[in-house]
Design a protein around this ligand. Structure first.
Ligand code: UDP
Length: 236
């Protein structure tokens, strides 16, 4: 399968057409941004690591009955994915308070939530991805009620499957962001990536951060943290 015309270049990935109208190729970059593009840098090896981790976790989810856009890993940083129309929402799943939730509610980072919290943000960089609720989503027509129900159910199931799996690797799944799309048959499937860029991963014992917060907060050891997650999950 070969890359044809480039369709899109995002902050962390490029997307290319292929000769198959139902398949795109995603090419992961080492570029990193934080604070809605305010902070920019590169993380050596990130593209490869995020490609490998994402594909590994997408295949795990498929095994547990979650439909995803994953088709085939083509190289260390390139993957064939099913074409979808992205639902313009970032779905955030939280088990432990951290980041913007900790700040918004004045909770110390690391506070266990009594139940899992789901949040939706409208995907719009110019607006800074504002948080929205079910009423905004219905009013704006971003997803139907039935689609949003599917998205919420899938998100909770993904949280359970990933949480259990990561625990065995000594990683606590604090929170993460998902994106969904509609495939050619209008079915909702999981898209985008699942990586240390989009999840908060803490070492279960030491609580050491093994994710993009090391970059966002200038904690150092960014590459080592990403590599540590790869090693724990894939043994690489
Ligand atoms: N997240 C993401 N992309 C975004 C915003 C958040 O992947 O544009 C992820 C982030 O890595 C974390 C979770 O979603 O795992 C919750 O992020 P939060 O709302 O706390 O935002 P932040 O503190 O990163 O601004």
């Amino acid at each position: 399968m070969e890359k044809l015309e480039q369709l899109y270049e995002g902050k962390a990935k490029k997307v290319f057409k292929t000769s198959d109208p139902n398949v795109y190729i995603v090419d992961y970059k080492d570029d990193a941004t934080a604070g809605n593009g305010a902070k920019k840098g590169t993380i050596a090896g990130k593209g490869t690591i995020n490609n490998r981790i994402t594909n590994h976790l997408m295949q795990l989810l498929e095994k547990h009955g979650i439909p995803t856009h994953f088709v085939k890993e083509l190289s260390v940083c390139e993957t064939a994915v099913r074409v979808v129309k992205i639902v313009p929402l970032e779905v955030i799943v939280r088990n432990i308070a951290a980041g913007s939730l900790a700040a918004r509610l004045g909770l110390p980072e690391g506070t266990k939530l009594n139940s899992t919290v789901l949040e939706y943000c409208y995907k719009d960089d110019a607006l800074g991805d504002p948080m929205v609720n079910e009423y905004h989503i219905a009013a704006m027509g971003w997803a139907t009620e039935a689609e949003l129900k599917t998205i919420a159910e899938m998100s909770f199931k993904i949280n359970k499957v990933l949480g259990d799996y990561l625990k065995d690797a000594g990683i606590e799944l604090i929170d993460f962001k998902l994106e969904f799309g509609r495939d050619a048959k209008n079915k909702i499937i999981l898209a985008d990536e699942i990586s240390p860029d989009t999840c908060r991963f803490w070492d279960i014992k030491t609580k050491e951060k093994l994710d993009k917060d090391r970059f966002r907060r200038d904690l150092g050891g960014v590459e080592d943290a990403y590599r540590e997650v790869l090693k724990r999950l894939l043994g690489e």
